[in-house]
Ligand binder design. Structure first.
Ligand SMILES: Nc1ncnc2c1ncn2[C@@H]1O[C@H](COP(=O)(O)OP(=O)(O)OP(=O)(O)O)[C@@H](O)[C@H]1O
Ligand SMILES: [Mg+2]
Length: 752
């Protein structure tokens, strides 16, 4: 069987050569496996395989049948192999795989066989060389001992007759050298033998060197390898062809049928069930399974088509409804006064409505597929993109106002943007609805302007009203204070008048009681003088008129004349003292009330303080020690009766603040332009929260009926009337100090 590299010779008249086969679009430009694609090229030779019958002695009908069968099989196989290589790729692939696998196995097996054979051959050569030692050394030693050169050459040539031995050399101890043959190269086996002879006493006569080449071994191994490979490859190829044929008959044919059947199926025509062109077996095989699966698929497809028909009808109905709704929606979007736009996540417009396009003065188509940066200036595009990115990042609807410059001036848009999600909940776009609120904004600004103006007016009016109200409150307060003062003044005036009246009424009797007392005292003295005279005359009376004397003495005894005489003087002086005190009280009452003295006058404050203390003494005497610390004060211009009311109130307040026992210290002093009076007590003090309120009219901490809360308010207004100051400092638990400061004169105020 002829063989060439890359060319496979086939029995018959064809040879096959591997080609690069460009078969279809899928593998275009790529070289398919050369082992799998063959094409006929030319008849290699006209030599046919020797017919079976010609070289076989046996003749007869069976042989002819075999020959005819083999020829038919080969023809059919060749036709199958060569006719449609594209359509039988599976068969070719199988064939190539088998050939490749078997070739590899054959190569490995051959290699192993060669190794074994090589070792065996080498060991055979070594055996032969060992044989030389046993059979030839003795005679060679003889010939060498006897200097038989001819014998030596004959024997050496005899060694060359041994298989594979190509060189023999004998080196005698005397230096002679005998060599036959050619010394082989490195691929050889060489042995050296020492020659000894018994007659020489076993002395060494020389050395025999025998070399056997391995070339013969290699040739034999090569031949054997070629034979093994040829037989293995040929056998394998035949088996592969057989399998190829069987696969074609049992599998490929039906697969092609199934493929044709599958191709014949269409949505319009599902055809009949697939039936394989073969006798059905007892048990279904893989092809039956595939055919059944195809039939099942065909049936399922038919059912699915039926279902799809129903679904398609429904879909068509839905599509009509969808189109109608879409048209409606589009009409709404286009006619909407709001600007509507939808952008993808990359910022490219997916749609805009007509209003939006009109506002920007561009056609709707100009927007689709473009970004804001491609449509507008970077200044305008940047905030739009930022807003989109915020909506994408937060995945929620956001709203903001933006001002955009347009041909007719800046417009304010209220932009609401919302993320759009697909069925899987993935964000895929941002929908923006922009309302032009320029007019509304303008109206709002005007409204705001009016509102501010109105607020201003209201504030003005309120301020005016507040001022009026404050004036009213002030007036009211003044009125109240005036009224209060009037009431208090009236009260005090009434008391003063009353006191003055009482003082006046008392003053007259006191006048004549005082005068009479003097006279009475004189009379009593005269009478006592007389009584003394009578006592001196008692001795004379006793002798003249003892009964009258006894009566006189009884009377003297009854009236306790001696005690009477000593008491009369005391009674007179005590009564005088009493009268003097009454006169003083009456005078104090008159001083305190200053009836008819409501004019400004210079007065001594100490005088007013003392007389007020006298008046209030009854209130103070049981629990208060009054300590006076008076400085020298100039007279000041004042209304004395009103200042006395102030002192009275301070003394009474101090007495009320002292629960059991304490003291009131009255200190006075003067400075450059005025005088001051401090009334300090050791009472309960004033709570810090009450301190700011004590000058308020009607503020009192006293029980109902005990205090009106007007005392300090009136005092404050009286001091104010004198252009003075009334201050207070207090420590709760320790006491309170009221300090009155009054100017020396009233100047312009009084004149006014
Ligand atoms: N020396 C003081 N020590 C403690 N508290 C005082 C003193 N002076 C005044 N107060 C407090 O100030 C309040 C107001 O005093 P004010 O003299 O105005 O009224 P009143 O004494 O309560 O009543 P009225 O004087 O009309 O009889 C008192 O109720 C008291 O609580
Ligand atoms: Mg008071």
């Amino acid at each position: 069987m002829p063989q060439r590299t890359g060319v496979m010779a086939l029995p018959g008249e064809w040879r096959l050569e591997p080609v690069c086969h460009v078969n279809n679009g899928a593998s275009r430009g790529r070289c398919a496996s050369p082992a799998l694609n063959f094409r006929p090229i030319e008849p290699l030779t006209r030599q046919r395989i020797p017919r079976a019958g010609t070289s076989v002695a046996i003749k007869g009908q069976p042989i002819r049948w075999i020959r005819a069968g083999a020829r038919a099989f080969a023809t059919r196989l060749a036709r199958r192999l060569l006719a449609h290589p594209r359509e039988h790729r599976l068969g070719y692939r199988l064939l190539a795989a088998i050939v490749l696998a078997s070739t590899c196995i054959a190569l490995v097996a051959t290699g192993l066989q060669l190794v074994v054979d090589y070792q065996r051959e080498v060991s055979t050569i070594e055996d032969e060389l060992n044989q030389v030692e046993r059979s030839r050394l003795a005679s060679l030693a003889n010939s060498l001992w006897s200097f038989d050169d001819r014998g030596l050459r004959l024997q050496l040539n005899g060694l060359l007759q041994l298989p594979d031995v190509k060189f023999a050399e004998l080196k005698a101890a005397g230096g002679e050298r005998y060599a036959v043959g050619t010394r082989p190269g490195l691929d050889s086996v060489t042995r050296e033998f020492a020659l000894h002879h018994e007659q020489a006493g076993g002395a060494r006569l020389g050395v025999l060197t025998v070399s056997a080449t391995l070339d013969g071994v290699y040739q034999r191994l090569l031949r054997k390898a070629g034979l093994i490979l040829a037989m293995t490859t040929g056998g394998t190829f035949l088996v592969a062809l057989f399998i190829f044929s069987l696969v074609g008959r049992w599998v490929t044919r039906h697969l092609e049928h199934m493929a044709r059947y599958a191709r014949s199926l269409s949505l319009d025509h599902m055809g009949d069930a697939l039936v394989l062109a073969r006798q059905p077996g007892d048990l279904p095989d893989e092809l039956d399974h595939v055919a059944t699966a195809l039939n099942d698929m065909r049936r399922a497809l038919a059912d699915e088509l039926k279902r799809r028909g129903v679904v398609d009808a429904e879909r068509a109905r839905l599509f009509v409804a969808y189109e109608r709704n879409r048209g409606l929606l589009q009409a709404i979007i286009d006619n909407s006064l709001a600007m509507i736009s939808v952008k993808g996540l990359d910022g490219r417009y997916l749609m805009v409505n007509r209003r939006c396009a009109e506002l920007h003065g561009k056609p709707v188509e100009a927007f689709v597929g473009k970004t804001d940066y491609e449509l507008f200036s970077a200044e305008r595009a940047a905030p739009l993109r930022r807003f989109d990115q915020r909506v994408i990042a937060e995945r929620t609807a956001l709203q903001e106002e933006e001002t955009i410059p347009l041909d007719d001036g800046p417009h304010t848009l209220l932009s609401a943007k919302a993320p759009l999600f697909n069925d899987k909940g993935e964000l895929y776009a941002v929908c923006g609805i922009h309302t032009d609120i320029t007019e509304r904004k303008r109206a709002e600004e005007e409204l705001q302007h009016y509102r501010v103006h109105l607020e201003l007016l209201v504030d003005q009016r309120t301020a005016e009203l507040q001022r009026a109200n404050d004036d009213l409150v002030l007036t009211n307060l003044r009125l109240e204070q005036a009224q209060m003062q009037l009431v208090q003044s009236e009260k005090m005036a009434s008391i003063g008048v009353l006191a003055a009246g009482v003082a006046h009424e008392i003053n007259n009797p006191i006048g004549y009681v005082s005068a009479n007392l003097g006279t009475l005292s004189e009379y009593a003295a005269d009478l006592l003088k007389l009584v003394a005279a009578y006592e001196e005359a008692e001795a004379a009376i006793g002798s003249a008129a003892p009964q009258q004397l006894a009566a006189i003495r009884r009377i003297k005894q009854d009236v306790a004349l001696d005690a009477l005489r000593s008491d009369i003087a005391d009674l007179g002086s005590e009564t005088g003292d009493g009268l003097a005190r009454v006169r003083k009280i009456v005078q104090d009452l008159k001083d305190f009330s200053h009836v008819g003295e409501s004019r400004w006058q210079f007065a001594d404050l100490h005088h007013g303080i003392d007389s007020t203390l006298n008046i209030a003494w009854n209130e103070l005497k049981y629990k208060v020690d009054v300590i006076k610390s008076y400085a020298t004060l100039p007279e000041i211009e004042c209304l004395p009766s009103e200042l006395n009311q102030v002192f009275m109130n301070l003394f009474i307040n101090a007495a009320h603040a002292i629960k059991t026992r304490g003291e009131i210290r009255i200190t006075t002093g003067a400075d450059v332009d005025g005088v001051w009076v401090e009334v300090a007590d050791t009472g309960c003090g004033i709570a810090s929260e009450h301190l700011p309120r004590i000058f308020e009219p009607f503020f009192t901490t006293k029980p109902v009926g005990q205090g009106t809360g007007l005392g300090l308010a009136l005092s404050y207004s009286i001091v104010k009337k004198h252009n003075g100051r009334l201050d207070v400092r207090s420590t709760p638990g320790e006491g309170t100090v009221f300090r009155i400061w009054l100017p020396l004169t009233q100047g312009a105020v009084v004149a006014a």
